[in-house]
Design a protein around this ligand. Structure first.
Ligand SMILES: *[C@@H]1O[C@H](CO)[C@@H](O)[C@H](O)[C@H]1NC(C)=O
Length: 132
């Protein structure tokens, strides 16, 4: 009985996410824009970052079920993506699942990457150097 319950409950626990997401900006960054495309195929807000300014970290939560069916993508742009059909300059994408935190950073040349993560299952993509 308990074993059966465990096998029913386990996939439900794993195939969901609640991830505190922080987006940070390298101090030597050139001006640009960043935007997430989430696993539910909607876009998050456009974050603008400026060269020579103190670009404050942005914090938000990604929540849902079956988060790893589709990738989570962080896109950077040199021009405002709201101003037309503009292609991303760089992207970082991975399939995310689980309960924890992830920290993205935008480095030089508008390159986004995963700087840290805790408790987040990440696969098939840019998952940073830290595992787990
Ligand atoms: C898609 O997922 C993001 C991150 O969890 C959330 O902020 C947004 O509201 C979701 N959009 C829809 C339409 O569910």
């Amino acid at each position: 009985m308990n074993v059966i319950l465990l096998f029913i409950a386990l996939p439900l626990i794993v195939l969901a996410c609640d991830i505190k997401t922080t987006l940070k900006f390298n101090p030597t960054i050139k001006s640009g824009f960043a935007r997430f495309k989430f696993f539910n195929e909607t876009y998050g807000p456009v974050f603008e970052y400026r060269e020579g300014e103190n670009n404050l970290p942005q914090v938000f939560y990604m929540k849902g079920l079956f988060c790893s069916l589709k990738p989570t993508i962080l896109e950077t742009y040199e021009k405002d993506p709201r101003s037309g059909d503009i292609k991303p300059t760089k992207t970082s994408q991975a399939f995310l699942e689980g309960f924890g935190k992830i920290e993205y950073q935008i480095g030089d040349m508008h390159t986004p990457y995963v700087a840290a993560k805790v408790g987040v299952i990440c696969g098939f993509g840019d998952c940073g150097n830290s595992r787990g």
